[in-house]
Write a protein that binds this ligand. Structure first.
Ligand code: PLP
Length: 433
């Protein structure tokens, strides 16, 4: 009887290059536009906002991009992360499907976000940038940036969506503990924040608003740049470390995933786990289905339209061709704050248009029921965001059962939910079974 559950790589097997899917896309996405001129954005125009190397990656079409040794050394703090066969979950579902998950919750901050935070802090530090600004929804990205900036001696200012700032005080303390400064957004520190507060003093904030504030502060403060935790091509690129490891680990299992599943906020953990597998399909040979699990309250891929839109609420970012619910869309206050972003990014949107990405929209109740079953069977309490991936995986496993079909499912456990217990208390019905 096969009982192996956990597939672990050696440190020496950490991939040394990230995978840039742009090199293999059948159709290139339309370019980013300068919001003033509506002309294609030139790399130089982004360099006031992001470190030069990150801008170069944003525009790169090179298939493999070397991971600098300093970054690999920091990855070794928590990478390679385990790939696990969820046998107890399979048993509870009584499904013929095999369920594997990549466990990104083992990072020091409890999510995949550190994979790009380390890279972004590194390239900024290499360029001599002393201060970074950013936004955070649930607090995961702020925590990751705070640790990463600490590694490189960079000062960090975080605009945290007010709703989360008040609902999730522990996340703020985590960011502070690592050395980052946190402000509730909308704040009175920026022109944009002040204008929002004037017209709506009780505003609970949104990711788009917090981005506007962080961008404004970065472009109006000397030696300061901005960092974004998802959506942009360079962020997706850094996250491919997840799927590149998983590719080697799936080889160890002797299985190949029929479906790769991840929750979808701005697309970084989804792209990170799935693009290395999609590469096999794009370059010939394998068939694999990609499923993005969205919250019903913010279903940009499932219900949005593909058009040019801003990345933030105030309209300060470049125009991005993406599936969007509109940059002023204000989603319901669901617990999965990291999924409350209005757009799907340039590359994923093109892949969706071309039929390489499927999506589903799931109600909060179902996601927490799935998360609770996962916690009971596999022992890890998943982040509310990750519960969406689990719910989508359970749907597929139950479909396979109904059809009497054996199938290999791989999902990304993007983070743990140990700082989200209030969400579990209020959002979690007993069971779905
Ligand atoms: C931020 C976050 C997400 C959503 O962001 P993506 O860029 O879509 O991956 C998902 N899960 C966790 C745990 C997060 O912190």
């Amino acid at each position: 009887m096969k009982t192996t559950k956990k597939f672990q790589l050696a440190e020496s097997e950490i991939p040394r290059q990230w995978y840039n899917i742009v090199a293999d896309l059948p159709n290139q996405p339309r370019p980013l536009l300068n919001p003033q001129t509506r002309e294609p954005l030139k790399p130089q125009e982004m360099e006031g906002l992001f470190a030069k190397e990150l801008v170069a990656q944003e525009f790169s079409a090179q298939r493999w991009i070397d991971i600098p040794d300093e970054i690999v050394q920091l990855y070794k703090i928590y990478r390679p992360t385990p790939l696990v066969r969820a046998r107890k979950l399979e048993k509870a579902l009584d499904t013929p499907a095999k369920i594997y998950f990549k466990n990104e919750s083992v990072s020091p901050v409890g999510s995949h976000k550190l994979n790009t935070a380390i890279a972004q802090a590194y390239y900024n530090s290499k360029q001599g940038i002393m201060r970074l600004t950013t936004e955070t929804g649930a607090g995961q990205w702020g925590s990751a940036m705070s640790v990463a900036c600490g590694y490189f001696g960079i000062e960090l200012v975080v605009f945290m969506v007010k709703q989360s700032y008040e609902q999730k005080p522990y996340r703020k303390i985590v960011i502070n503990t690592y050395g980052g400064k946190v402000h509730a957004s909308p704040s009175s520190l920026t022109n944009y924040g002040r204008s929002v507060l004037e017209s709506d003093p009780g505003c609970r904030g949104s990711l788009g608003m917090a981005i506007s504030e962080a961008v404004e502060m970065a472009v109006t403060t000397p030696d300061t740049r901005y960092s974004l935790g998802s959506v942009l091509n360079h962020v997706l690129l850094h996250q491919t470390i997840i799927g590149l490891e998983a590719e080697k680990q799936m080889e160890m299992t002797g299985d190949y995933p029929d479906k790769v599943i991840a929750c979808f906020g701005g697309g970084s953990n989804f792209s990170g786990i799935s693009f290395p597998f999609l590469r096999h399909k794009l370059t010939g040979g394998r068939s694999v289905e990609l499923i993005a699990a969205e919250p019903a309250a913010c279903p940009k891929l499932t219900r949005g339209v593909l058009e040019y839109d801003f990345g933030d609420t105030a309209g300060m970012t470049p125009l991005i061709p993406m599936y969007t619910l509109g940059h002023d869309f204000q989603p319901e206050q669901i617990h999965a704050a990291g999924l409350r972003y209005h757009g799907g990014g340039q590359i994923v949107s093109q892949l969706k248009l071309d039929g390489f990405v499927n999506s589903c929209a799931i109600e909060q109740q179902e996601t927490f029921a799935a998360g609770r079953l996962f916690a009971k069977t596999e022992g890890i309490i998943p982040a509310p965001e990750s519960c969406h991936a689990i719910a989508a995986t359970i749907r597929e496993a139950l479909k396979a059962k109904e059809a009497g079909r054996s199938e290999v499912l791989l999902f990304n456990l993007s983070g743990h939910g140990l700082l989200d217990m209030a969400a579990y208390e209020s959002g979690c019905p007993d069971s779905i079974l």
